[in-house]
Design a protein around this ligand. Structure first.
Ligand SMILES: [Zn+2]
Length: 240
């Protein structure tokens, strides 16, 4: 696999150990162009970066070495991990994103992503459920990589997890209301999967549900806890 290098100065000086790398975090660039994204990720003033950058032709660039902490996640949380930069490898996919014209990820781009993920998983023994999106670990602030990101396809390649429920069965549960007891069960399952949230914080639950749906139930992202969302969450949580 060919990897080109571009230097970004946006990382912690201190090296980290192999063992501390436990997550792969997927992003989209969310900017007008590839060139603009690279410029930002390499500009010391922006204080953002990533380890790998994949353009729409599937070309891979390394911006920061794996053994350095790149600045891609910001304030974030997953399960018992807080501020995931120190424990993760950040991968940026070129895509204009929700703000500038969100489009499907390109075939070549995805096959490069799959290859590099498989390499990293092997190298650092990353667990399947530790391959997540930026919006999963920062659901109140982020939407990337978004609902067009093909998590199911990745899971078919053993990258990340997916449910094993039938589409025909699920569609009947879409928009079906659930009672309060089931809502609490849904909350417990989301927490087990890894989502961090404080239910008492106003508006946060809706955003968490949306983040979950953006990842696992992209057909309807409405922030409502319906039966389909609950059943998927139950199924996913069993795989953790
Ligand atoms: Zn991001």
């Amino acid at each position: 696999m060919k990897i080109n290098s571009i230097y970004s100065p946006n990382f912690d000086e201190k090296k980290r150990s192999y063992k501390s790398i436990k997550f792969l975090v997927i992003h989209y660039t969310g900017m007008q162009s590839e060139r603009e994204s690279i410029r930002r990720l390499c500009n010391p003033k922006s204080e953002v970066s990533c380890h790998y950058f994949i353009n729409q032709n599937g070309k891979i660039f390394r911006l920061v070495d794996d053994n350095k902490i790149a600045w891609h996640s910001g304030k974030s949380c997953w399960g018992k991990y807080k501020n995931l930069n120190k424990n993760s490898i950040g991968i940026e996919m070129v895509n204009k994103g929700h703000q500038f014209g969100y489009s499907n990820f390109k075939k070549k781009q995805l096959s490069s992503l799959i290859k590099i993920c498989q390499n990293l998983i092997k190298k650092y023994r990353i667990k399947r459920h530790n391959i997540i999106g930026h919006s999963d670990i920062a659901p109140l602030r982020k939407l990337d990589p978004g609902e067009k990101f093909p998590w199911k396809r990745l899971a078919n390649n053993k990258i990340g997890i997916w449910h094993n429920l039938k589409e025909k069965y699920l569609i009947k549960l879409r928009k079906v209301k659930i009672d309060n007891k089931s809502k609490f069960e849904f909350i417990r399952k989301l927490k087990k999967i890894g989502y961090c949230f404080n239910i008492k914080k106003k508006g946060s639950f809706i955003k968490i549900i949306k983040a979950f749906q953006r990842h696992y139930r992209k057909e309807l992202i409405n922030g409502v806890a319906d039966k389909e969302s609950l059943i998927i969450a139950k199924n996913i949580s069993k795989k953790i």
